[in-house]
Write a protein that binds this ligand. Structure first.
Ligand code: GDP
Length: 497
């Protein structure tokens, strides 16, 4: 697979045109080539594929997307013009990509052509031609008269042998997208170059995050074919969605497998897309207020165990006067934190504050996906203090949490009343008098005080790393295996200004 590079007007397009017009086996469709982004030339019974978009932009783009399909770079230098800025750039790109360069010294038909000058300029830039004692192959050509073109093709075939450019046609089919578009009447089509295996009509595939199935294949002469072997450019019909240039088609065993993998990839993309959007976090508020820069908005969604706490907390928070932050409640209600609270927080950019409540399982999932901040409290003053500190942009928070240990829930025990979490202390210690929260997949689902801490049947004050214990937090009962119980202390700090 060959890419043509070089300075503008040095004859890249002319060279490709010459090869297309003269070197393609005329046949089925009268030798008229379709523009599909690449075409194949047969030279001495060997196939050479040319990417017919010249220039280094496409080359770098494809490489950046992981489609390193070019095997050989043909560097076109006009003999009358010599090395120019884009020539140097092309050399840089090709070398960085570790590609073999063959030089085509073009426009040799012109009287002003000075081949020796080009060669010495090339040598100055790290490309010693073979007759100057180096190892860079070159051909003196003319894209207009066709002089030297066969020599150039011979050199490509020779390099293909030297580089042992081979692929297994019986491997799992894999192909790189070099062009994609929507054609009226035909739907989404893309040109691919088969990298390994054989792409056949009927083959289910995955391409980026979408599944597909090869419905038909059209070669570079517009002829419908049944299969495409390695190195062959071919237009594929059968995409679910427009693929990206540089993506790969990979053969899958069944359509079902392709669909399942597509779903997995789409879900992963969705998570990545959603994550950074939600930027309203307590932490951001601190720095926003501290750095000045306009009045900040703190939007809260408050969920409490009982209506009495809702009113009390709302009143206390609204009483905090700050000239830097406007605080408002999007909602304030009694009840657990639900999935709709999370989606509400996403659309309004609010922070969710929970007091003595748990987070429902579905809400945990969507909080994780959307990056919504959920803060749980079991002590009123701690909640008020944290909100106040954030609103005043205090240099140092007055109350700071220090985590003293973690335990992992290994088994959930049913008791006569409620449930206990049979846990294993993974680091630090779990202390009977400390605070603790249940964390599931990075999201807190409950925060409260320890109501029991047991080793076997005995109540204990503390359990250290590598020991098992039974834990109960407040009235919480919905432990799950794999939950992390994070034990922490609240420490009061003197404010430093
Ligand atoms: P590109 O910008 O590198 O694609 O260059 P083009 O292929 O568009 O060529 C630029 C100009 O040089 C055109 O006017 C061509 O006709 C001319 N040209 C290209 N190759 C040759 C050649 O081998 N000999 C002569 N005399 N002119 C050429």
């Amino acid at each position: 697979v060959v890419t043509i590079m070089g300075h503008v007007d040095h004859g890249k397009t002319s060279l490709l045109d010459f090869l297309r017009k003269t070197k393609i086996t005329s046949g089925e469709a009268g030798g008229i080539t379709q523009h599909i982004g690449a075409y194949q030339v047969i030279h001495n019974e060997q196939e050479i594929t040319f990417l017919d978009t010249p220039g280094h932009a496409i080359f770098s783009d494809m490489r950046a997307r992981g489609a390193d399909i070019t095997d050989i770079v043909v560097l076109v230098v006009a003999a009358n013009d010599g090395i120019m800025p884009q020539t140097l750039e092309a050399i840089k790109h090709a070398k960085k990509a570790n590609k073999t360069i063959i030089v085509a010294i073009n426009k040799c038909d012109l009287p002003s052509a000075n081949v020796d000058r080009v060669k010495s300029q090339l040598a100055e830039n790290g490309l010693q031609t073979t007759d100057f004692g180096g190892d860079t192959e070159f051909a003196e050509v003319s894209a207009i008269t066709g002089k030297g073109m066969d020599v150039l093709l011979d050199l490509m075939a020779l390099q293909a042998e030297v580089l042992e450019l081979k692929a297994n046609p019986r491997a799992i089919a894999r192909a790189a997208i070099i062009e994609a578009r929507v054609v009226p009447g035909r739907g989404t089509t893309a040109t691919v170059i088969v990298e390994s295996g054989t792409l056949k009509v009927g083959t289910p595939f995955i391409c980026g995050p979408y599944a597909g199935k090869v419905r038909s294949l059209i070669n570079d002469r517009g002829v419908t074919v049944k299969s495409a072997h390695p190195g062959m450019p071919v237009e594929v019909i059968g995409f679910e969605e427009l693929p990206n240039v540089g993506d790969h088609i990979t053969e899958m065993k069944t359509e079902r497998e392709a669909k399942a993998l597509a779903n997995e990839r789409q879900e992963a993309q969705r998570l990545i897309r959603l994550k950074p959007q939600h930027r309203n976090r307590m932490q951001d508020l601190y720095s926003m207020v501290r750095d000045g820069g306009g009045k900040a908005q703190l939007k809260l969604i408050l969920k409490c165990d009982v209506q009495g706490s809702v009113e009390a907390i709302k009143k206390a928070v609204l009483a905090i006067v700050s000239d830097k932050v406007d605080c408002s409640f999007i909602t304030a209600a009694a009840g657990p934190i639900t999935e709709s609270d999370i989606s509400y927080a996403t659309s309004t950019e609010a922070i969710i504050i929970g007091f003595n409540v748990k987070v429902e399982a579905k809400a945990v999932k969507s909080a994780k996906a959307s990056g919504v901040e959920v803060k749980l409290y079991s002590i009123v003053y701690e909640l008020i203090d944290q909100v106040r500190e954030a609103m005043l942009g205090l240099l140092e928070p007055l109350t700071r949490e220090s985590v003293i240990g973690h335990a992992e829930v290994r088994q959930v025990f049913k008791l006569s009343r409620g449930r206990a979490a049979g846990s294993f202390v993974t680091d630090g210690r779990i202390h009977r008098k400390a605070h603790a929260r249940v964390v599931r997949g990075g999201i807190p689902v409950f925060d409260g005080r320890m109501s029991t801490l047991r080793r076997f049947h005995e109540e204990v004050e503390e359990v250290r790393t590598n020991f098992e214990c039974g834990i109960r937090l407040g009235e919480f009962n919905e432990y799950q295996e794999g939950d992390i119980i994070e034990c922490y202390k609240l420490e009061k700090y003197a404010q430093t200004l």
